[in-house]
Structures are given as C-alpha cells and as structure tokens.
Design a protein around this ligand. Structure first.
Ligand code: URC
Length: 290
C-alpha cells in the first residue's frame, strides 16, 4: 500500500523589490524569496483536503507584505520574520523555511543603480585586404531607475489594459554594440593601431551611457536609449554608431488592497517579472545613413 513520505510545499522565487523612498536618495533591496512549509499536510495529498493548507499564493503575498511591514534590514532578519509569520499562520506546519537570495546594486545616482557583478565585454573585428572594422560592446549591463520614469500617452485599442504611469521603475539588462570609425589604411597596414586605446574607449562609452541613464528623465525606454546613444556619438569622436537591445524588465507595483489589514504601497514594493518582457532595440548614428 502506498504511503506518503517526506513532503513540503511553498512559493518559490518571488522577486521582491523594495524601494526605500523616504528621501530623494532612494535605497533598493532586491530579493528572490522562496518559502516552504513542512508538517502534517497529509490531508492535502491523500484526501484532497485543503483545510490545513495556507495557499502558496498567501505565502507569496506575505513575502511582499513583510517587505513593507517588517522591512528588510538584512535578508536574515527579513527571512526570520517571514518564517515566524508563516509558521504562526499555519497550525499544521512544524517548520517554515525561507530562502532568500539578495542581488547587490551599486549606486549611480540618487535614484539610479547598477547591478553588481558586471557586464560581459564583447568585440567583433573584421579584417579584409584593405579594410578593418571594429565593433565593441557589452551584454548584461543591468541598470535601474527607481523614479524619474513615466510611460503615458500611448496608443490605446480595445485590448489595451495598461494604465498610464507618471512614476515607475525602469530597468533593463542592456546589450550594446558600437562601431568605431577612422580606422585608416595606415593603421591597418601597420597591423596595429597604436593611436587607439581600446580599453579607455570602452570605459568612456560605458561612463557616458551610465551617467546619461542616471541623469535623464525617461518618457519611455525608447527615448532613454536614444538619448544614451546620442550622448555617445555626440561626445566620443571615434564612435560612428551604437546599437542597443534592451529588455524592459517590468516591475509591477504590488496590489495590497485586498488584504484584511491595510498595507500602504506608495511605490515601495514591486514584483520584478522576468517574462514576458518588452524588447526595445534601436541604433543611433552620428551621421544620417548615406
Ligand atoms: O518604455 C516603454 N516602452 C514601451 O513601448 C512600452 N510598452 C509597455 O507596455 N511598456 C512600455 N514601456
């Protein structure tokens, strides 16, 4: 006869983003939270009886609510508070386990951040008998603005449900590739290009992109990419064009309105969705194409 062995259940990988915005100098906490309850849940497995089961949906809601109600001074402190709450709310549970992964962000400005870990630098060079082309770039440069981003005035049809917003999180994992010009024949023939410091050039492009992202109000990711690209081709003479591929990493304000206890959410707790995502791509050129 079949017997139920070890079992547990919970909600895995709630992407909890907490913005502390008491001053213009925002702080962000970015977590991946998983909870599991272990105890006497045989009824759910064997009899289809859910009476002892605190839904995983409730566990997820609690993870988001506690980011506001308890706060996240550290992942450990937050996880302890959440685990205690889940245990208290579920009499059949013997123990609650909460796992937290925290993503670190470095500050770019008062409300702009760069995910720590760093991008991957890339290049593609093509050398012909008389020509050489160099395309430099990176992928996975993850940036976020916690305010100074809106999206409104868009085309609406009978399937549109998106609400206009004056204040949202803007985040992307940027892929950029830029083409160098002025690689003249002399450089090509001499087999080396002593006048170019490719490492400084890379740092210059990266610095211009990040500072422009941090300081420019965004009316759409499309506009932000264009302004970032324009800053590169307008200020760095060796760069003829730059192309971007930017997934819009959507952050949705968590709706706490259905709770029995009132919990306010003034742009403080977001769910970071991984898919689907908007994908915004564009090229910015110094000169109009010939
Ligand atoms: O910056 C944005 N551009 C869009 O085209 C778009 N579409 C959407 O749903 N959200 C956004 N955000």
């Amino acid at each position: 006869m079949a017997t139920l062995g070890a079992n547990q259940y919970g909600k895995a990988e709630s992407r909890v983003v907490r913005i502390i915005r008491d001053s213009p100098h925002h702080e962000i906490v970015d977590l991946n939270v998983s909870s599991s309850l272990r105890g006497d849940f045989a009824g759910a497995h064997i009899d289809g009886d859910q009476a002892a089961v605190l839904p995983t949906d409730t566990q997820k809601n609690t993870a988001f609510a506690y980011a506001k109600l308890h706060g996240v001074s550290s992942p450990e402190d937050y996880a302890l508070a959440l685990a205690r709450r889940l245990l208290e709310a579920t009499p059949a549970a013997r123990e609650a386990e909460v796992r937290v992964e925290q993503y670190a962000w470095d500050r770019l400005g008062s409300h702009a951040f760069l995910r720590r870990g760093g991008e991957t630098r890339t290049c593609v060079v093509t050398v012909g008998r008389d020509t050489a082309s160099v395309v430099s770039g990176f992928r996975d440069l993850v940036v976020m603005k916690s305010t100074d981003s809106e999206f409104k005035g868009f085309l609406v049809d009978e399937f549109t449900t998106l609400a206009e917003t004056d204040d949202r999180i803007l985040a992307t994992s940027l892929v950029a590739q830029w083409r160098h010009d002025g690689l003249d024949e002399l450089d090509h023939r001499s087999q080396s290009d002593h006048r170019r410091d490719w490492n400084s050039s890379y740092d210059d492009v990266r610095d211009v992109l990040l500072s422009t992202f941090a300081t420019t109000y965004s009316r759409a990711l499309q506009e932000t990419l264009y302004v970032m690209g324009a800053a590169v081709v307008d200020t760095l003479p060796g760069i003829a064009e730059i192309s971007f591929s930017a997934p819009n990493r959507h952050h949705f304000l968590v709706d706490f309105s259905g709770f029995e206890v009132p919990v306010e959410n003034h742009g403080e707790v977001f769910i970071a969705a991984d898919r689907p995502y908007g994908l915004i791509e564009c090229t910015v050129l110094r000169e109009p194409p010939a």
